[in-house]
Write a protein that binds this ligand. Sequence first.
Ligand code: GLP
Length: 240
Amino acid sequence: MKILVVADYESMSNAAAQIVQGQIARDPRSVLGLATGSTPLGVYKTLAEYHRQGLDFAELTTFNLDEYVGLAADHPQSYRHYMQENFFSKVNIRPENTHIPNGAAQDLQAECLRYEQLMAEAGGIDLQLLGIGSNGHIGFNEPGTAFGSQTQVVDLTESTIQDNARFFATPQDVPTQALSMGIKSIMQAKAIVLMASGANKADAVHAALRGPVTPHVPASVLQLHPFVTFVVDQAAAGRL
Ligand code: GLP
């Protein structure tokens, strides 16, 4: 486990983007696991800048962690839309190489199985990017999620629904369920980078790194992974 404490959001974004760039340089056919939320926006911006300077994404494959249940791909708050706007449209990645669970699938269980199978067929994830929820969740694996879980339908907790409410017009519009890679799916990645910025993440970062390894703090499972880097800014590292 490596812990990189950097000054601010911009340094966090640059450090994480450099790790991704290194991965693509080592293997242009890498499989990346991607995250959404406000935390990785700077990484995607920096990677788009690297692309303008020549970094090639043509051979890359990506799998996103999660998607809201009930939002179509073109819904402005869907994670597919987020990825399209903030990253995929800015680099030369092939659309058919980008994977996100389909939250609008008729049969959600079948969609979860399909997603796990696709990841396995791609040879697994080489490098997984993660943010962290203020309650310590990763992906949408809320406190209490079994460490053995794979991609599944999850009920969002009240605190996550409230955290997400800022993106939706009314509280009724905020999805209450999501499809998310499970803890086991995430832990199967060969390497993981977790990013955190801001004082509202300090408790979660502290619990993940210094607390016991417990399903009550999903991110604490990362203490068991052999190749994890936490990139946290000073505010998020405030309780370490
Ligand atoms: C959502 C996402 C997570 C993300 C978290 C934190 O719950 N499913 O992947 O890490 O939000 O979001 P933010 O980065 O906006 O704080």
